[in-house]
Structure formats: C-alpha cells, structure tokens
Design a protein around this ligand. Structure first.
Ligand code: ACO
Length: 403
C-alpha cells in the first residue's frame, strides 16, 4: 500500500525500514549475536565462557581494545581506571540542584555530560590521547557518579572511592557503607554483580549503542555521546525494563498473585499492557543471558537467604507464558531483565537504580562501539532519510487574513 512516488527522495529511491528491523547501520567487529540460535559473543568469546571465567574489568578491556589483556596490560588498565575514580569536588555541588526524588538516570546522564565541561581541553574525538583519557575517566567515574546519586536520594553523605577495593567492591562500598558503621563487601554479592555487569556489557547495535554512534558520528565528544546513550537506555522498552519488571511483579503480588490474569491482559490487543521482561527484538528462541542469570538468581537468593515472594511469582509467570500459545507463537521468552531485577533487589539495590546498574554494565560496550566508529576513517555522519507524508505545497496566508 505504499505510494511509490513518495519513495522518491531528492537523490533517488529511499528504503523504508521502520525500527531498522533489517537495516545494518555499520560494520562491527565487537559483538556477535545469532538470535535464532541464542548465541552471544564478545570479540568472538562465548558469553557463557566470559561469565564463568572472566571479570567485568577484563571484559571491558576485551570489548574496548579487541583482545584479552596480558597480565601486564590488565594491571596497567586496572591501575589507570582505579586512579581516576574521584570526581571533581565542584561536580558534587551539581547534585544539590536535583530534587531528592530525581530519577538517578536523569542524574547519571547529566553528570556524564557535565564531565565534558570539566575536561574541556581533552575532548577531541580525533585525538587518540584525548580518546584514551576520556575512556578511562568514564569507566572510572561512572560508578562514583551512580553511587552518589543513590546517597543523595537517601540523604546520606557521599562515600569517597576506595582504591584498595576492586572495581565492583568499590562501587558497593560507595553505595552501602556509612561513615558511622563498619561495612564489608559481601563476596557473594560482589561476584554476582560482576557477572551481571559482564552479561550487560554489550549487545551490538541496540537503541542506546546506535544512539551513541549516531551522536558520536557528528564528532560530538565522548561524554556527550555516552550521555545520550544513557538517555536512550532509560526507556521502558530498553534498559528501563528491569525496573518495570520488578514493579510489575510487585503489582501482581499486591493484587493476589494471579499470574494468569496478567498473562491474559498482555494478550489482549485492546490493552497496552505488556509482560515486562518478555520478548526481544533479536533473540527469538531464548536469550542466552537469561539462562545464565536465572541460575545466578537461584544461587544468590539461596546464599543470601532471601525468600522473595516476587521470585515465586516470576517463576509462575515464566512457566505460564512458556506454555501459552500466544507467547510460544510469537517466540516471547524471558529476556535478561526478567531476572536481573530480582537479583538487584536481593542485593539491596533500590528499584530506581536498576537501570543505572544496566548503564554501568553497558559502559564498555558503548565505549567500544564509539571507538570503533570514530577510529574508522570511512565513517560518515549518521543521517537517515524519510518518506515525506505532509502537504505537497501550500501558499502562505498572512495571519491578519486568516480570520
Ligand atoms: N507482552 C505481550 N505481548 C508482546 C510482548 C510482551 N512483552 N512483546 C511483544 N509482544 C507481542 C506484540 O504485541 C506483537 O504481537 P502482534 O504480532 O500480535 O502484534 C508481537 O509480540 C511482536 O512484538 P513487537 O513489539 O513487534 O516486537 P519488537 O521486536 O518490536 O519488540 C520488545 C521487542 C520491545 C523487547 C518487546 O518484546 C517488548 O516490548 N517487551 C517488553 C519490554 C522489555 O522487556 N524490554 C527489554 C528488552 S531487552 C533489553 O533491553 C535488554
């Protein structure tokens, strides 16, 4: 039903692919996904292998630089990232401008963008030294920025980074320690969080990564491109889904726990309700990350001794959906976010912070996608076309003659 005359732009025929379902926007050597077979690989390494044997910081190196680091390279990288964890004291005052109940994603994107104001003389994306220092700063400072936004929301003093701790341990310490009390990072939580961040580290040309590339293609600085990616991730159809999952499970629980009622609502085409955490644009059989994470969810909850009724509802919902014709026909399976929220909750991370946790994990992926794009001399500015559907031509009538 498309009017072919409308497909003609100024420079030939335009392809129309809403939602970019089948349009490649770039060539990339970072992440491989086979949606049919449920395969996810970073730089050729299976996600299952990395999840089991690697660490988040090592995966960050792999994604950004393309190879697993030698021990020497890893030591240098870790030291570099560790040395830059502090944020400028003046930047702390920016938090005062946000109301207490601001969403931490709003704070995160603003703070990341504001970094460009603090490092004004090292922002040139075409300068390799500027690229390196910006990458280091982003990886190092994002956990600090994120933890401070949580501390602000509960009215507690900011906890400075502690460089004797691991990347993840330091983040947990900044989130949960208070000056008046002793706090020790729980190794079970530290390991589970490391794993969750590995699983979220990249996912090729999704909405936020594409945003980072598009903004970066104009040669805006890295902080600007990543701040835009954070905003894209915020939406409920993307990274915001993990918060929505837990809110949905809570809602079902408060409403008596009848999962079938919600299943039917999700199937009803007159309703806008969707089962959050189900379905994926690319994975149409299963999400390999969901498989790994489900096992971790069981382990973490068992080790922490958490008996969460929401987990039971999640299991019931999953079972009901997997046996329902509507979900089977449309190949709607639980995605990574169906389980991540449950683990975050068990760790004591508040719901509003879930999408921030996703952003922490996705940071190396965004950086790797941006670096690949900006280092390729053939990269062009991203500039999609359109099928114009407005009026063909109209004659302007002055305001005083329009009645
Ligand atoms: N609940 C109920 N029905 C659904 C759901 C759902 N969660 N997801 C898709 N459908 C239905 C659609 O209504 C549509 O049905 P129809 O063919 O009868 O019209 C069909 O399945 C296909 O759905 P689309 O929206 O066309 O699939 P698309 O690839 O565009 O969307 C998406 C994928 C956005 C993830 C979608 O499945 C969804 O909204 N899921 C819930 C949100 C969510 O969990 N997002 C997290 C994504 S993963 C991530 O960001 C890490």
């Amino acid at each position: 039903g498309v009017d072919i005359s409308k497909l003609r732009g100024q420079s030939g025929i335009i392809t129309m692919d809403e939602g970019y379902m089948n349009t490649g926007a770039c060539k990339s050597a970072v992440t491989f996904i086979d949606g049919e077979l449920g395969i996810l690989r970073y730089r050729g390494y299976d996600i299952e292998d990395l999840a089991q044997r690697s660490s988040f910081l090592e995966v960050a190196y792999l994604l950004i630089y393309g190879e697993l680091p030698s021990q020497g390279q890893f030591g240098e990288f870790r030291n570099r990232v560790t040395r830059h964890t502090m944020i400028h004291e003046d930047l702390k005052r920016l938090y005062d401008g946000f109301p207490k109940d601001s969403h931490p994603m709003a704070i995160l994107s603003s703070m990341i963008l504001t970094l460009s104001g603090y490092y004004n003389d090292q922002l040139d994306p075409l300068n390799p030294r500027h690229r390196e220092i910006s990458i280091t700063r982003l990886l190092a400072k994002t956990p600090t920025i994120a933890a401070y936004s949580y501390k602000k929301s509960i009215g507690q003093p900011f906890v400075y980074p502690r460089n004797s701790l691991s990347y993840i341990g330091n983040f947990l310490n900044m989130m949960f320690s208070v000056p008046a009390e002793d706090y020790a990072v729980d190794p079970v939580i530290e390991k589970a969080l490391d794993l969750l961040l590995i699983l979220h580290a990249d996912h090729e040309q999704n909405c936020s990564a594409s945003t980072v590339r598009l903004v970066g293609s104009s040669r805006a600085n890295l902080f600007a491109a990543i701040a835009s990616g954070v905003c894209a991730l915020w939406g409920p159809l993307h990274g915001g889904a993990n918060q929505e999952v837990i809110e949905m499970l809570q809602h079902i629980h408060n409403d008596g726990g009848d999962v079938n009622k919600y299943l039917n609502m999700a199937k009803d085409k007159n309703s806008t309700f969707r089962l959050m955490g189900f379905g994926h644009r690319v994975y149409k059989n299963f999400d390999p990350r969901a498989k790994i994470i489900k096992k971790t969810a069981d382990e973490v909850l068992q080790k922490l001794g958490v008996n969460d009724p929401l987990l039971e509802i999640a299991m019931k919902l999953e079972e009901a959906a997997l046996n329902d014709e509507y979900f089977v026909e449309r190949k709607l399976y639980p995605n990574v976010d169906f389980y991540s929220g449950i683990i975050y909750k068990a760790m004591g991370i508040p719901t509003e912070m879930f999408t921030v946790m996703f952003a922490l994990g996705r940071m190396p992926g965004w950086i790797a996608q941006w670096k690949e794009m900006i280092e390729d001399p053939t990269t062009k500015i991203g500039r999609p076309r359109q099928i114009y559907t407005g009026a063909a031509h109209r004659t302007y009538v002055p305001l005083d003659q329009r009645g």
